[in-house]
Design a protein around this ligand. Structure first.
Ligand code: CA
Ligand code: CA
Length: 446
């Protein structure tokens, strides 16, 4: 390297150091490393809100000025609420006059602005506010670091809850904390409490649900499957959006909870004279809810903030995204080792359903139990034997009308053919008592 260039480079670095030192002395900021002294006259002035102000909105605009300190000399400016950092500004975000919106918690709130100079001690200024905000947003921000979106200024808590529910980017535990706080605060609320309760039930249920990732798969008859029937053709590609699926068939205990909470109508399910119907029998609480009509199944799922899966979703979940799987577990034959079915006798010699989840060898790779056997499962769609000839390619919802509703996966009285992932079957969708002990369901959710 040319000596002259080297000297110029050294010279500019040296000049920069010298200038920085001179500025620090001039501005009254002590050079780095020094623990003594304080920037004389350097301060933060909070312009708004005024100390003691009563805040009744979920968010408040905090405005402040830097005095006696150049924005260039500040490394960062941070805004705290009750000791927790809310916003941080660095580099060109820092100006003489600044403001930001922060979410309000409940009760007394101390808002503090802290300027960290490039050298020397922090400069702080705080203001104490009286907050009448419900604090749900602040709680949400506290519960999740990822949630830093700018909110619309909604002061209606019902709308806030709906917004939180609908935002997929908020982690479940954070949503749960906010919903629980809301229910605690509003014991007598009639307007939105039932809805929030439902969302909370769904959040809790998620723990027992499996995420089925969206994607394209071949729906219908599996190549080389000798048991395929006409209504499984033509095999065709469908794209299904991501959804969640219950890991287990809905149990008697779960359904009973819905009846007790008056979310489900007991009239459609009480069947005392049919010994193979499970409802109302204390020794079958962990058995699948069976003898249940389509409407009661749909009503239950709705109560839990869910819905019945579409036929395309059900098959996608049963195949585990592998279109070559004949059964939920793969291509090994259907036997009582893997499913509650009719191998040599109905219900694998028990002549009724089994408690859910008792055939772990038959679960799908993603962890769905009893997708084949135990009870055949209601789907949301109407059944039509020729539907595959005209099915839409994306998130098909079934035909607009049909003979009945789709049933999938076969039940405890069915042979291997009915347990195949592509097998289609249907049941009458009259809204009356159903006495079929081989029919049950599970729910899906978005
Ligand atoms: Ca089943
Ligand atoms: Ca069939």
């Amino acid at each position: 390297m040319d000596t002259r260039i080297r000297w110029i480079r050294f010279g500019s670095v040296a000049a920069a150091f010298a200038l920085a030192f001179v500025w620090q002395v001039w501005a009254g900021v002590e050079p780095s490393g020094s623990q003594t002294g304080r920037a004389s006259g350097a301060k933060v002035v909070i312009v708004a809100p005024e100390a003691g102000a009563v805040i009744d909105t979920e968010e408040v605009t905090v405005a402040w000025n830097l005095q006696g300190i150049s924005p260039d000399a500040a490394q960062s400016v941070a805004v705290f609420r009750n000791g927790k950092v809310q916003k941080t500004f660095t580099g060109s975000q820092i100006a003489k006059e600044m403001s930001c919106i922060i979410t309000m918690g409940r009760g007394e709130q101390v808002v503090e602005v802290v300027v960290t100079p490039a050298a020397g001690r922090e400069i702080r200024e705080s203001v104490t506010l009286q907050s009448e905000a419900s604090g749900y947003r602040a709680l949400l921000v506290e519960k999740t670091r990822e949630y830093e979106k700018t909110h619309t200024r909604v002061t209606n808590d019902c709308a806030t809850m709906a917004e939180i529910h609908g935002d997929e980017s908020i982690p479940g535990p954070a949503k749960k904390a906010v919903f629980e706080q809301f229910l605690k605060d509003r014991p007598d609320d009639r307007e939105c409490r039932p809805q929030v309760e439902q969302w909370l039930r769904y959040l809790k249920d998620r723990e027992n649900m499996v995420l089925v990732p969206g994607g394209t798969y071949r729906m219908g008859c599996t190549q080389g499957d000798p048991l395929c029937e006409a209504d499984e053709s033509p095999p065709h590609y469908v794209t299904v959006s991501s959804f969640h699926m219950d890991a287990y068939e809905v149990t008697v205990a779960q359904f009973e909870a819905c009846v007790h909470a008056k979310g489900c109508n007991e009239n459609f399910v009480i069947v005392t004279d049919q010994p193979q119907c499970n409802y109302g029998r204390d020794d079958r609480m962990t058995h699948p809810m069976n003898c249940v009509n389509w409407y009661a199944a749909e009503q239950y799922c709705k109560w839990r903030g869910k819905r019945l899966p579409t036929e395309a979703e059900w098959e996608r979940a049963a195949r585990d995204a592998n279109s070559d799987n004949i059964y939920a577990w793969g291509n090994a034959p259907a036997t009582c080792d893997r499913a509650v079915m009719n191998e040599d006798w109905a219900g694998c010699f028990r002549d009724k359903t089994w408690p859910v989840g008792k055939k772990p060898k038959g679960k799908t790779l993603s962890g769905l139990y009893d997708m084949a056997g135990n009870v055949a499962e209601w789907c949301g769609d109407y059944y039509h034997s020729g539907f595959y000839r005209s099915s839409p390619g994306e998130d098909p919802q079934g035909p607009v009308a049909g003979l009945g509703r789709v049933l999938r996966g076969g039940g405890w009285t069915d042979p291997a053919g009915r347990l195949r992932a592509s097998d289609r079957h249907f049941g009458s969708d009259t809204n009356s008592v159903l006495t079929d002990p081989t029919t049950g369901f599970r729910c899906a959710g978005d």
